[in-house]
Design a protein around this ligand. Sequence first.
Ligand code: GH3
Ligand code: MG
Ligand code: MG
Ligand code: MG
Length: 312
Amino acid sequence: FIKPVNAAAIELRIQRLLTKRQQARFRVLIVDDDVMLARHYQLIIEQAGMEAKVVNDPAKMLIGLQGFQPDVILLDVNMPECSGPELAQIIRFKDEWLGVPIIYLSSETDSQRQLDALVKAGDDFISKPITDQALAVTVFARAQRARQLAEMMTRDSLTGLLQHATVKDRLSDEIAKAKRSKQELVVAMLDLDHFKKVNDQYGHLIGDQVISSLANLLQQKLRKTDVIGRYGGEEFLLALPDCSLQKATDILNNIRQSFQAIPFSAQEQSFSCTFSAGLARVDTQLSSDENIERADQALYKAKHNGRNRVEL
Ligand code: GH3
Ligand code: MG
Ligand code: MG
Ligand code: MG
């Protein structure tokens, strides 16, 4: 029943398609009450270089989702206790799973019933028979697209930096890591100085260019392991792992001076811009919000003490 797949060729092609960021293998959750069939799909998916997990009991699907965090769900349509479309509706009910593609895989050939399933919830309908290779490639393409979109959602569109919610999540991750490794972690909050004046004088588009320039500079000057986010309009949140307060102060002062030296031009005038920064050594006993609050207080001090400076 389980026949070998021409998987080596598929896997080779797939691995070449993967970019560096996507190297974590795609995860596929297979929900099918037919144990043998589900196992067969699992083999096809695994042989094509992806990870697969099988859930035979629809009641256990949510646990499967939670633990496995799939990139794609391959869903049977006809199951005794709960139909595929009903399950898909339950999945779609949770924001957390909104972006995960649901592909029905069934021998249902009635197009009206296929349509009904897709209208309820779900993204694709694969009707059998389908070749192993076509199944693997379809699932792979869906997973790849879902990853790209998920990655895009974490980024701020103007600067390409992590957006507000994501940078907060990453800070929490770093705090947990620092707690385990007992390494120093610094959190920093940056805010452009008198930015309202830049907007008022030169317009919002020029203001946006200033924001982008600072974002580029931060990406150039900081390490790959540092976390850089656009926290708000002209505010940036950084997490610098394995870094002392002194080192962080030096780094931020260096960036501050480089930024100040960038010439912007608008309306046949040249102008420069500055930012202020507040730093705090992360206290792993405190929440990420409380740590951000401490960096914010230091930022307030930098503003109060005249701007264009770094304070603790
Ligand atoms: P301070 O030195 O005290 O920070 O003065 P400020 O004028 O920079 O004051 P504040 O930080 O409160 O003001 C932020 C301003 O930044 C308000 C808003 O017009 C502008 N801003 C926020 N987001 C954007 C954006 O995405 N693009 C542009 N061009 N301006 C923005
Ligand atoms: Mg079935
Ligand atoms: Mg501000
Ligand atoms: Mg400001």
